[in-house]
Design a protein around this ligand. Structure first.
Ligand code: UD2
Length: 313
């Protein structure tokens, strides 16, 4: 993996991946393409002198074709990563998430990139009650966003089968960690809660708080990407990327209060429409093929996220 490029590299997950890539002895050149719509230059500030940062839009094929020249591995993280936004503006999200992914794959073939690793989503599983989620379950996309990510996975497999482009899709579960923006209406719950905690305020839990998620700290996601880029077994395949456990929202807030040594009971609001009740990954396939083992657990990840937030205030 000598020359690598991260689409969406100025975003929350992309910028963590860039940092991980810079630590790899076999990586010589790290490039980023980002349109800075939700990514921030600040996310790359202290590594900016070691990264080639390009402002560009994945809807523009010519931009990708030019940048992919000489690249060995592309990590495709760029997307409008929001279920509600995809319902409000399905055309824009389709263009970025589906046409953009197609452009990435086409440019990768045209420029003889060896491998593309793609940020897919647990949204593909929809509301099916069976737990934990396994990759061989029938997908049940319930939003334009879920369809976009699923279409991406299918394009990946097809580009592997039709053109020999090595593709790997990673279905991320609920990712959290430093640099996740708490201020957007589409923010992940962990970043919202952490922000409230540091402001000395209680959060609002939608519903009874007994809904659960498989929260995964962003550095575990970085590890999964690095393994997916190197594994000989991975091309053409799809892997869940969670911790394999689940935590309820009530437990999340209890743990945050404990860690911070405060007592701020959360208020409860109505259920959020369309919410999935429980989500949990079966990660045995990623363990077997990639050697993936999430090394940073929920509480440790949360502690690191809070430390980072405190330091950045
Ligand atoms: C995650 C992904 C989303 C999509 C979806 C598929 C994130 C940030 N989002 O959505 O992209 O893949 O899974 O199912 O990873 N909540 C509160 N209070 C708040 C905010 C949220 O109670 O202030 C609840 C919310 O109602 C839900 C849970 O927290 O029950 C998680 O919400 P989320 O928006 O962080 O993530 P999720 O699982 O809906």
């Amino acid at each position: 993996m000598r020359n690598v490029l991260v689409t969406g590299g100025a975003g929350f997950i992309g910028s963590a991946l860039v940092r991980g890539l810079l630590e790899q002895p076999d990586v010589r050149r790290v490039m980023v393409v980002d349109d800075f719509s939700t990514g921030h230059e600040d996310n790359l500030r202290e590594v900016a002198d070691r990264v080639e940062i390009h402002r560009g839009d994945i809807r523009n094929y010519a931009t990708l074709e030019r940048l992919f020249d000489g690249v060995h591995v592309v990590f495709h993280e760029a997307a409008i990563a929001s279920v509600p936004k995809s319902i409000e503006d399905p055309r824009l999200c389709h263009e970025v998430n589906v046409d953009g992914t197609f452009n990435v794959l086409q440019a990768a073939v045209d420029q003889k990139v060896r491998r593309v690793v793609f940020a897919a989503s647990a949204a593909a599983y929809g509301n099916a009650p069976e737990l934990p989620k396994r990759e061989d379950m029938l997908p049940d996309p319930r939003s334009p966003y879920a369809v976009h990510k699923l279409a991406g996975e299918m394009y990946l497999r097809t580009f592997w089968e039709s053109y020999g482009l090595e593709t790997v899709a990673l279905r991320y579960f609920n990712v959290f960690g430093p640099r996740q923006d708490p201020k957007s209406p589409y923010s992940g719950v962990l970043s919202i809660f952490a922000d409230r905690l540091l402001a000395g305020k209680a959060p609002t839990i939608h519903g009874d708080g007994e809904q659960s998620r498989d929260f995964i700290f962003v550095e575990n996601i970085v590890q999964a990407n690095l393994l997916a880029a190197r594994s000989e077994k991975a091309p053409g395949r799809l892997y869940n990327c969670g911790c394999g456990g689940r935590v309820t929202l009530n437990q999340v807030w209890d743990a945050m209060q404990r860690v911070a040594g405060v007592n701020l009971p959360a208020s409860h609001g109505p259920d959020r429409p369309g919410d999935v009740r429980h989500s949990q990954a079966d990660i045995s396939l990623a363990r077997r093929d990639l050697g993936f083992e999430p090394s940073i657990g929920f509480e440790q990840g949360m502690q690191r996220t809070l430390d980072w937030l405190r330091a950045s205030k």
